[in-house]
Design a binder for this molecule. Sequence first.
Ligand SMILES: Cc1cc2nc3c(=O)[nH]c(=O)nc-3n(C[C@H](O)[C@H](O)[C@H](O)COP(=O)(O)O)c2cc1C
Length: 437
Amino acid sequence: MTSTISGEIQFGIFFHGVNFTTIWHWPESGDQIDFESFRRFAQTAERGKFAAFFLGEGLRLREHLGRLHDLDVVGRPDAQTAEAALAAVTTRLGLVATQSTTYNDPADLAYRLASLNHLSQGRNAWNIVTTHNAWTGENFRRGGYVSYEDRYRHADSFVTAVKEIWRAGERGEPGLRYRDDFYDLDVRRTLPLVPGGRPVLFQAGDSPSGRDFAVRHADIIFSAHPEFGDATAFAADIEQRALRAGRAPGSVRPFPGSTFVVADSEKEAQDKWYEVRRAQITPQTAVAYLEQFWGRELQDFDPDGPLPDVDPVITDADVTRGSGFQANNTRKLIDAWRGQARDRGWSIREFVINHTNRGNDTNGFVGTPSSIADSLQRYAETGIVAGFNISPYLTPVGLDEIVNLLVPELQDRGIYPREYAGTTLREHLGLSEEVPG
Ligand SMILES: Cc1cc2nc3c(=O)[nH]c(=O)nc-3n(C[C@H](O)[C@H](O)[C@H](O)COP(=O)(O)O)c2cc1C
């Protein structure tokens, strides 16, 4: 497979805000919403020549069993706004904001993205997600606004409209008429983009239709496939789909999320990994995680005992149960989990520790700078990923050891940039192709 920056990997930081990844109760833990945390992370990332600062989006606080997730209630700032603030305190770092095609408006979002493109001088990106559940829709008084089946048909229309609006801006036109099955727009509001620095398009969504959507529109896919074998299969699948869609070889590149635990010896790294995971998954967190899937109270089950032997509650009201719940798949999923936990002798807490470790049963990258660099070298040489979106477990100091210890090792091996390739995010990621469509 060809890669656009051959032999190199890039890093991004995925600042989660609040979820399982973040450890709250260690003395170094800072504030999730204070701008100081954003600034500290961003400037450390830039010191480490990271390509991008990535923010997800949650349009409604997650719930389960009719209650809000405890950790969610602190909220988090709007991604696009946070990235705009970061543009002012950084000079090279890319700025990626997740925004849903379902609960935005193409003309408005095109304008906001063009604005940040202009103000950041070509450093911004849009991570395109679809949101199909009526439960999120209630937050907007739209209910089940887009059906599951239509989510990507609608997203296609949305993104096509955005691109046309941008093109009108690039041509210096004041607006355009856009009409299809979903939209009938008479847009009179455009803004020129930075030449060559058009917002990069990321995509996150893993179904077959999500992948086909990605190869039609995106430059980069934020994936949940970091493990080498899985990443190889994912890259091959995406490449095939991309070629079928008429894209140039290597022009749509995966950028998986992953975690890194770096220490001076392998033993220290393993011990630290386990300490981090136990701090992330407290006994209460472990039980609450399973409750999302079981759809019922499980507080009577011992977190250090086996997985609950009671049946899950299957209802249609899946969406109020949070992002983890998978409707009709639940019973099958839970049976598989019980088998896995039994085979490995895992308690509830141990199961959740392993299962939520990037969701794919891998440990992320745990080791010394040199052993992690050995692993990363394979990715760099094969070009199966453009890079990794790193989720730090501590805010805002969680990138320090990566930037201080791992990055120099990668630079010495010639598999990580010593300097930014240019000034725009497109340049950092080696993207030159104008995405067709
Ligand atoms: C790695 C990854 C990250 C995602 N991040 C977000 C997010 O931050 N906000 C959001 O609303 N949806 C997010 N999504 C959800 C997807 O956009 C999409 O709604 C969901 O995956 C259903 O699409 P699919 O059936 O193609 O997977 C993410 C999906 C993946 C795979």
